[in-house]
Ligand binder design. Structure first.
Ligand code: UGA
Length: 435
């Protein structure tokens, strides 16, 4: 199959590379010349484990191509995926669709034979209708179909998620015609057991938002239960297993932590409330989730200040600053909302992140490793669950007391033999080893 991906961001690049790995001829298009030149050299613009090897291997085998020539790429393809970004618009809430519509106009100019246009970007319900209208202005409807095929990849786990998804969702108003082609390109995944779910285009668009909003709700729910646990002396990890083993609830996405962040949940939950507004349907659950999640970051900043006592000139070292492990992504990471509150109170902040120094944190001191944080801080905050923070070297803490606030519950409260360590976590009883 000849496939092209327009947009080599997270979704476009990962999906394009893996479709080429399945044996398809894939052209990845971007209007960023530098990015395309780098990709040809095997330089990857994002941090995703093993993606660089896959790019190099498939590029070398000539199944994977990179270009800025969008016109030729569309003309040469049977299936055209739209995978451009849909960030929050200027109002900070709704999805900005200008990239999607711009691409639709270019596709309209380049339909030289029947094509399936697949929207992979996360788009509000009815966007497919708009894209179809744009293309129909220049082409007869018999020459193309617009399909919705949302992605469910997690950053840091994207390769695995692509190869072994729970399901592939395809939404079209002309399923009979498009189904064979879509089934063919997803065949290696379906054979491994993924469900191939088909529905209407609008339902498919909504599935993506509903999935992200539901997962965000689950996380927010357990975070609020964690707050309650702290008041009543219960353990949120036990509550999560106690409810998660009920198959109706499910154990995943019940890890209490520093609020959800990243480029998807915050943006998509807000966009869903806007879709609700547009169709005069109250999204009261999601609205509360957004509010609770925002409040959580301020609540955690207050907790840090409380742990510090007198915060002025106290040294706080953050271990991890990304919104989760195995990514270098700083978009909507929780600490960006925590830092200003601490700095205002005179706290001195340093950080170490395995994915490197961050341009967003120019005013803060970046350390080279976790030991520098452990030995130079009054309080260490474990903000991101990178694997290397699961076995920190506490033997260096000898003289002074070190406070640790573990926002990811990586350690057991009673596991510290070092009496100089005072350990705080999320939603679990406070435990201090007495001298
Ligand atoms: C999320 C979804 O999980 C993907 O299915 C979806 O495709 C993607 O958004 C998207 O729309 O593109 P991602 O944002 O990469 O993926 O990250 P997640 O692993 O879902 O984590 C999101 C946030 O929730 C992180 O801040 C994470 O730390 C937090 N989280 C997650 C928790 O606090 N507790 C949990 O139990 C799980």
């Amino acid at each position: 199959m000849n496939i092209c991906f327009i947009g080599t961001g997270y979704v476009g690049l990962v999906s394009g590379v893996l479709f080429s790995d399945f044996g398809n001829n894939v052209i990845c298009v971007d209007n960023d010349k530098k990015k395309i030149e780098n990709l040809k050299k095997g330089i990857i613009p994002i941090f995703e484990p093993t993606l660089d090897e896959l790019v190099k291997r498939n590029y070398k085998s000539k199944r994977l191509h990179f270009t800025t020539d969008i016109h030729k790429a569309i003309k040469d393809s049977d299936i055209v995926f739209i995978a451009v970004g849909t960030p929050s618009a200027k109002d900070g809430v709704s999805a900005d669709l200008k990239n999607v519509y711009a691409v639709a106009k270019v596709i309209a100019q380049n339909i030289n034979k029947y094509k399936i246009i697949v929207i992979k970007s996360t788009v509000p319900v009815c966007t497919g209708d708009e894209v179809e209208k744009i293309i129909k202005k220049k082409n007869s409807i018999s020459k193309f179909d617009v399909v919705s095929n949302p992605e469910f990849l997690r950053e840091g786990e994207a390769i695995r998620d692509f190869r072994y998804p729970d399901r592939v969702v395809v939404g079209s108003n002309n399923l009979k015609k498009i189904r064979p082609a879509l089934e063919k390109i997803y065949e290696p995944i379906i054979k491994k057991g993924a469900k191939f779910l088909t529905t209407t285009r609008r339902s498919s668009e909504l599935i993506k938002y509903a999935a992200n909003a539901f997962l965000a709700t689950k996380i927010t729910f357990i975070n609020e239960i964690a707050n309650l646990c702290e008041q009543v002396g219960s353990n949120v990890d036990d509550i999560a297993s106690g409810i998660g083993t009920d198959a109706r609830i499910g154990s995943r996405f019940l890890r209490a932590g520093p609020a959800y962040g990243g480029s998807c949940f915050p943006k998509d939950t807000k966009a869903l409330t806007m879709i609700g507004n547009k169709f005069k349907t109250e999204m009261s659950v999601v609205t509360s989730v957004i509010k609770s999640n925002e409040k959580r970051k301020s609540l955690l900043a207050d907790k840090i200040l409380k742990i510090l006592g007198n915060p002025k000139n106290k040294k706080v070292g953050f271990l991890g600053v990304t919104f989760k492990a195995n990514t270098d992504d700083m978009r909507d990471t929780q600490c960006l909302k925590i830092f200003p509150k601490l700095l205002k109170k005179g706290v001195k902040i340093s950080y170490y992140d395995p994915s490197g120094e961050k341009k967003e944190l120019k005013r803060l001191s970046c350390k080279k490793n976790s030991n520098e944080i452990l030995t130079n801080s009054d309080l260490v905050v474990i903000h991101t669950e990178w694997d290397e923070f699961r076995s920190l070297n506490f033997s260096k803490i000898k003289s002074k007391k070190l406070k640790i606030f573990d926002m990811r519950n990586l350690y057991q409260p009673n596991s510290f033999s070092n009496k100089n360590i005072v350990y705080y976590s999320i939603g679990r009883p406070f435990y201090e080893k007495k001298a």
